[in-house]
Design a protein around this ligand. Sequence first.
Ligand code: AP5
Ligand code: MG
Length: 218
Amino acid sequence: MNIILLGPPGAGKGTQAKILEEQHGLKQLSTGDMLRAAIAAGTEVGKKAKAIMDRGDLVSDDVIIGIVADRMDQPDIKAGVTFDGFPRTPAQAEALDGMLAGRKQKLDAVIEMKVDDEALVERISGRYTCAKCGKGYHEKFAPAKKAGVCDSCGGTEFTRRPADNEKTVRDRLQVYNKQTAPLVAYYAAKGNLHVIDGMADITRVTGEIGAVLKKVKG
Ligand code: AP5
Ligand code: MG
């Protein structure tokens, strides 16, 4: 099964994609995480992407489609993928259609997570991540059980993304509304769009996504 989590920055795509990986075995394919890994490794892609990401713009379609196509050829994702943060433009959506068709796969559901703008700013401003295992937290909505210690791996160092400030979040929202929101109509026309309330708490959102997966499995 292949699904897309579609939603603005801070909607909870990464949070839910990790849960889907644990509960349903769908591999998280996050283009944002892949780009951050490329920056950390100092690759050519990372060098090109860093300044663009810091100001909240989109990395070029060619670069993104290239890294996704490479990832799709790896054997661990045959059982299914949750696309998190991809596609983000009509050109990326069309490229994904081609990649899936070429691999005799299909898209089972596109889940749009709707969240109010002010909630997005609050979510992103309070986000932090374990530097060792990458588990995501929020100061208010999803804090570590023991302050300063990761629930999953016991790590004690945490990071924040350079672009996680109010100004950049608002810029990213504009980019989303202009370049990514048209995908809602694209997938609605194909008949595989499902809209869920991303304002609910994390457990409820997981339940809503689970209900969609059950429905599309038939
Ligand atoms: P990317 O990493 O994809 O960032 P994003 O789409 O802006 O989304 P975020 O990761 O910020 O939010 P999320 O929806 O995953 O929310 P999360 O689960 O963390 O992209 C970063 C950059 O890379 C882009 O700006 C662009 O430059 C580039 N890029 C990436 N993909 C690209 C592409 N395809 N094309 C071109 N450029 C690309 O949750 C946020 C916080 O809220 C967390 O603290 C979490 O604990 C909390 N939270 C989650 N759910 C809830 C809930 N239900 N209630 C309360 N709190 C919650
Ligand atoms: Mg994310």
